[in-house]
Design a protein around this ligand. Structure first.
Ligand code: PMP
Length: 408
């Protein structure tokens, strides 16, 4: 057997959940775009914290608090290295991608955006990268502009340049689309925006586990992602921001840890990163995120990229032959997922039948309703791949789709 297969087996062995059965069948988990499974090392790191170090961070002189603080703060440095940020205080821990975008929309957007200004997003954004900007626009009397997509699910870059005008104050773009798989040319788009001095936020929720991210090379102003889509726990994520922008921003929430001094007359806010981290954070989650980064590093992006591309190619070539199956999202540059509809069969029904066969796929609008409206479908069936998926599992999906078709 090939070396790849050997590697995959040792990777799979690290994920306890992959041993279980669903509806009497071995679990095949293709819902990684929603959340990935967690390796034993991540579960162990979280357990270890609760079993040996559990304590609140940053304020205790006792041993447990110091150990927990240093474990948590080590992760900040690990994230800094992982995305090549210049400073560790440019790494703000959040509750996830959604939390990061809302933080920027409130703290950065509130100051920046005035009546009549424009915020530019794209037609393939997740609701998390639409609604916070819409809310900001409503508060300020500003306008949300949208870069259109093609039938293939690619951004129209000419239109992107055309839409950037003197009133554009902020641009927020998805790196990899969760419903189409499109990998956007964000470096080029950031350069175009910066030529007009417009700051850019990148939603990296679907990118960070597929491709290495270098925020200094990208020169993005903000980059956000969630731990739970990159083999880490839920409820924790990262906002990277350039130091000078973060320093100029007002705090997002008030409370403990984000202060230096409080009197009833005035509060002096804490320095970065704590200024944006009010209250007790998800300490165990942060520590789990550190273990998730170790897991990704132990495998390496070369393997991840090659393996997921191979699964995607295999799935596309196998599914293409199924009559009545239409892919939604056929961009040239795509990450490891396939999204499709079956003629005359609702995605929900497809999902229910596949579940009976042990196959976990996401069906619906994937929090991208405007994408579904554009393609005139109620939703799609999405298989999104992770490093532990195999071609054999993809073959089972193809058999499953065949079964669905025969039942209708
Ligand atoms: N953006 C994209 C592209 C996503 O795929 C997701 C999650 N599906 C989000 C944002 C929101 O992530 P979270 O729910 O972890 O905040």
């Amino acid at each position: 057997m090939s070396e790849t297969l050997v590697d995959i087996e040792s990777i799979r062995a690290q994920f306890p959940i992959l041993q279980r059965e669903v509806n009497g069948k071995p679990l095949i988990y293709f819902d990684n775009g929603a959340t990935s499974q967690k390796p034993q090392s991540v579960i162990n790191a979280i357990n270890h914290y609760y079993e040996y170090e559990n304590s609140n961070i940053h304020r205790g002189v006792h041993t447990l608090s110091q150990e927990a603080t240093s474990a948590y703060e080590e992760v900040r440095k690990k994230v800094q290295k992982f995305i090549n940020a210049e400073h560790d205080h440019e790494i703000i821990f959040t509750s996830g991608t959604t939390g990061g975008i809302n933080l920027v929309a409130s703290s950065f957007g509130e100051n920046l955006i005035r009546k009549g200004d424009e915020i530019l997003i794209t037609a393939m954004e997740h609701h998390s990268n639409i609604v916070p900007w819409q809310m900001l626009c409503e508060r300020k009397g500003a306008h949300l502009k949208v870069v259109p997509i093609s039938k293939e699910g690619e951004l129209d870059l000419e239109e992107y340049e055309r839409l950037i005008g003197p009133k554009t104050e902020l641009i927020s773009l998805v790196h990899v689309s969760n419903s189409l798989g499109t990998i956007n040319p964000i470096k080029k788009m950031i350069d175009i925006a910066h030529a007009q001095n417009i700051p850019v936020l990148i939603d990296g929720a679907q990118a960070i586990h597929h491709t290495p991210v270098d925020v200094q090379e990208l020169d993005c102003d903000f980059y956000v992602f969630s731990a739970h889509k990159m083999y880490g726990p839920t409820g924790v994520g990262v906002l990277y921001g350039k130091e000078e922008l973060l320093n100029d921003m007002a705090p997002y929430q008030g409370g403990g840890d984000m202060i230096k001094n409080v009197t009833f007359e005035k509060t002096i806010y804490n320095d970065l990163p704590h200024k944006f981290e009010a209250g007790t954070p998800n300490i165990a989650g942060g520590i789990g995120l550190g273990a998730a980064i170790d897991f990704i590093n132990s495998i390496g992006y070369d393997f991840i990229i090659q393996h997921e591309a191979e699964l995607s190619r295999f799935a596309t070539s196998q599914l293409r032959d199924i009559k009545g199956l239409r892919f939604i999202g056929t961009a040239k540059e795509r990450a490891g997922l396939v999204s499709f509809v079956l003629d005359g069969i609702h995605p929900y029904d497809t999902g229910v039948i596949l579940d009976k066969l042990g196959l976990a796929l996401r069906t619906g609008h994937h929090c991208t309703q405007p994408v579904m409206t554009f393609f005139e479908v109620p939703g799609t069936v999405r298989a999104s791949f992770a490093v532990y998926n195999t071609k054999q599992e993809v073959a089972r999906l193809v058999e499953g789709i065949d079964r669905v078709k025969r039942m209708f």
